[in-house]
Design a protein. Sequence first.
Length: 227
Amino acid sequence: MRKKQFAVIGMGRFGSSVAQALSEMGFEVLAIDSDEERIQDMAPIVTHAVSADTTDEEALRAIGIRNFDVVVVAIGEDIQASILTTLILKDLGVPKLIVKAQNELHGKVLGKIGADRVIYPERDMGLRVAHHLISPSVLDFIELTPEHGIIEFEAPGAMIGRTIKQLDIRAKYQCNVLGIKAGGHMDITPMPDQVIRSGDVLVIVGANKDLLRLEVEFDVQREVKSR
Ligand code: ATP
């Protein structure tokens, strides 16, 4: 099967990280930026690096941008350039267009003009960091929608020795325990009478506000203080 080809536009911190990660995963990556210096920096890292102003339709045509399977637009600050670039790429018939948004309004516009996926890296990272700050035992947070996510955390003291039923997570917090990891094994069908043991890692899905409430109420502040 032919390897997927990616083009990443905008070599700021986010765009260059995406380009580098894709390249390390073995994909063909074209990096594009209007700044010649940034292109020179990326040249050794990606398959191809070209300098072009992507608000210029002819320049994008000349690059053959429509032949790429996925195009990521990571122009952040210059919202006008981001919107124009997205519009042109959509017109040129790029199969999959992923665009970084600076804020909600920018994201809304991008969705309306045909971006297949709008991403908010700063906001997502902020949310992740917030979970880590509230609960140092949160190992990971995955956003499912802007309002919902999955958290993974090591069972705090207040949960240990109690069963899922006793903790009453579903009724009290409207969250669901998806799985419990223990000793390298993942149980994806935990039973209500399963006892939480020290060192168990719980994977829970719910609304962000409920997850945060659960994290706070299970006495994680005490752990923060004792650190
Ligand atoms: P980050 O926070 O990820 O560093 P940012 O949101 O600050 O990025 P910018 O620095 O504004 O994003 O833009 C990222 C890159 O996009 C810059 O290297 C800039 O040169 C490039 N860029 C901006 N406008 C265009 C354009 N019209 N054509 C091509 N590249 C562009």
